[in-house]
Design a protein. Structure first.
Length: 591
């Protein structure tokens, strides 16, 4: 009879356990693997601050469980478990009961409010996908209300944003908000000095898991660059609807306190009759096992000790305990001895907005850009492990091509849109080709000697040498429409030198426009027009037919990636709107 293994919770530890069981099982093991969660998706908790700070879209931090467990034997059950009967090996929801032979308790954690009056009722926690979306929408709503209010006190409280807790989540969250505030101020016409950002920490320093050198780097970036007021040794005693009270008596008027100062095991742990440790976490042995031989606890729900200390709530800990518990269940089923879990923590990293990060990894203290790169690589490594290339590409798309905040240097160009970015080589080559066409005509004397002529005697259209040794370019051929031939004979050829000047200057101008990415849409239209003109007269040559499809591609706005158009077109659009409203031009109109 199959051994039923239930994994309760689809967080980092639960997913790792399920994938490990799937990977390591044998046919003779005869096991049935199921993972139960109230959501149909896995949340990337380490990236929630990016949603809260409006850097990425909300769907960037959720991964459907069906995508993770595609092509596996893992059963996905969407249900909310309300009770656990360990004596009878049963999970209970409102409408169902689930029997198990082995249970991996991976319910994760939730915010710990430490009994602070008003905290749970009035704060904005950041511990779920919905929390991040609520914070993002609330911050934008505060700016909108502040832009409409005339009461100074109300405006001040609306524009004061407080993050409680100077750990990784708190620092990353205030960093994202500080970066987003710049564009919010422009959007709602609010001066940056009116916005007050505060990070409150009860301990003498932030980011206790980092070395002092990196802590100092983060502090300097927060205070000097992002203009965040960091309050150390400042415990919160009470939270009201419109103010934060500190233990030293200070009162901070605000409508926003984002709470990230601590976590505890999920409330479901309270309903499990097992020995508990700190923060309601389930006590486990060195195998991640509990007092019940067939029940394991992993990740944030477990109180796993190493060298006499409880391991922190880190993704690395969740992955390693989830993996170890799965292997030990297989050992149990196979009648083997359990293997001790020996977590190896390689380091920690923290990003403060998208332009700054520090990391303590394997004894090395990194800062930007190496820490930023390391964070991206770690995230991609995890996503590749649970979803392959598809999830990695999705991550890259959101982080690099669909970023919503203000962008920096090269980011401004490659993150416009993917297709526009890939048009850059074609744009440059088209520009080079047009430029060389114009320069060659310049060398041939097109600006000084008339060279345009009618149809040759043999009816062909080509460059030819006259009896006097002059080179002529015949612009009428056997396929030229009669209306075009009439215009050429009566207007172009009699004024050959003028039109030669126009052709040379146009070709050089198109080349420079495409190379620099200036007015690329107009240049694309000009390139099409010139090629149609050549098509009607001399016809397209084998070496230049590609100019037409290339010009059509340029109409997609190819100059907005690595081109002047990225700056020029928005500037002109602002100027036009300003002119329509005010009937005058404002040269230095930057927002």
């Amino acid at each position: 009879m199959s051994q039923k293994i239930l994994i309760l919770g689809a967080g980092y530890a639960g997913i790792e356990a399920a994938l490990t069981l799937q990977k390591k099982k044998r046919k003779e093991d005869d096991i049935e693997i199921s993972i139960i969660d109230k959501n149909s998706y896995h949340t990337l908790l380490t990236e929630l601050h990016e949603v809260a700070g409006n850097r990425i879209d909300e769907d960037a931090v959720i991964v459907p469980l069906k995508d993770i467990f595609m092509y596996t034997d893992v059963n996905i059950i969407k249900d909310e478990i309300k009770n656990i009967d360990l004596e009878n090996n049963k999970l209970i929801s409102d409408n169902n009961e689930y029997q198990y032979d082995y249970l991996i308790f991976a319910v994760g954690s939730e915010p710990n409010f430490y009994g602070i009056p008003g905290m749970e009722e009035n704060c904005f926690p950041l511990w779920s996908f919905k929390d991040a979306v609520a914070i993002r929408d609330h911050i934008k709503d505060c700016f909108e209300k502040a832009s409409r209010t005339t009461d100074p006190k109300t405006r001040k409280s609306l524009l004061t944003f407080v993050v409680g807790g100077g750990g990784f989540t708190g620092v990353e969250t205030i960093g994202e908000i500080a970066q987003w505030v710049k564009s919010l101020c422009r959007e709602y016409k609010i001066e940056r000095d009116e916005v007050d950002l505060k990070l409150i920490e009860a301990l003498p320093k932030i980011l206790n898991n980092l070395k002092d050198k990196n802590i100092n780097r983060v502090m300097k970036y927060l205070t000097n660059t992002l203009k965040v007021d960091v309050l150390l040794n400042s415990a919160i005693s009470k939270l009201n609807e419109d103010s934060v009270e500190l233990k030293d008596g200070r009162i901070i008027p605000t409508r926003t306190l984002i709470w990230s100062a601590g976590i505890k095991a999920c409330c479901l742990s309270d309903r499990v009759d097992v020995e508990k440790g700190k923060a309601c976490k389930v006590k486990v042995d060195k195998y991640a096992g509990t007092q019940y031989k067939n029940v394991y606890a992993v990740g944030d729900a477990s109180c796993f000790e190493s060298d006499g200390h409880m391991l922190p709530a880190l993704v690395e800990v969740a992955l390693q305990t989830g993996n170890g518990a799965a292997l030990n269940i297989l050992n149990d089923i196979r009648g083997k001895e359990r293997e001790e879990i020996k977590p190896k923590l390689h380091g920690v990293m923290v990003s403060v907005g998208s332009f700054f990060a520090v990391a303590d990894i394997m004894g090395l203290q990194l800062q930007r850009p190496f820490a930023i790169l390391m964070k991206y690589l770690v995230n991609m490594h995890y996503l590749f492990g649970i979803g392959g290339f598809e999830l990695v590409l999705k991550y890259i798309k959101h982080e690099f091509f669909k970023k919503k905040q203000d962008k920096f240097l090269l980011e401004k160009h490659y993150s416009v849109t993917g297709p526009i970015f890939w048009l850059v080589p074609l744009r440059l080559f088209l520009g080079y080709s047009w430029l060389m066409e114009g320069l060659n005509k310049l060398k041939e004397g097109w600006l000084s000697t008339p060279m345009l002529a009618g149809m040759a005697v043999d009816g062909q259209s080509s460059a030819s040498i006259t009896e006097t040794g002059e080179q002529m370019f015949r612009i009428i051929s056997s396929h030229t429409p009669s209306w075009y031939a009439f215009i050429a004979e009566n207007l172009v050829i009699p004024n050959a030198l003028l039109f030669q000047w126009l052709i040379v200057l146009t070709e050089i101008g198109l080349g420079l426009a495409f190379i620099s990415g200036t007015f690329t849409f107009i240049a694309g239209l000009g390139s099409l027009a010139l090629n149609i003109n050549f098509l009607l007269s001399t016809g397209l040559y084998e070496t230049s037919w590609w100019y037409i499809p290339a010009a059509i591609c340029m109409l997609a706005g190819a100059g907005r990636a690595f081109g002047v158009d990225y700056y020029l077109i928005p500037y002109l659009m602002r100027q036009w709107r300003f002119f329509v409203r005010n009937r005058r031009i404002k040269p230095f109109l930057f927002r």
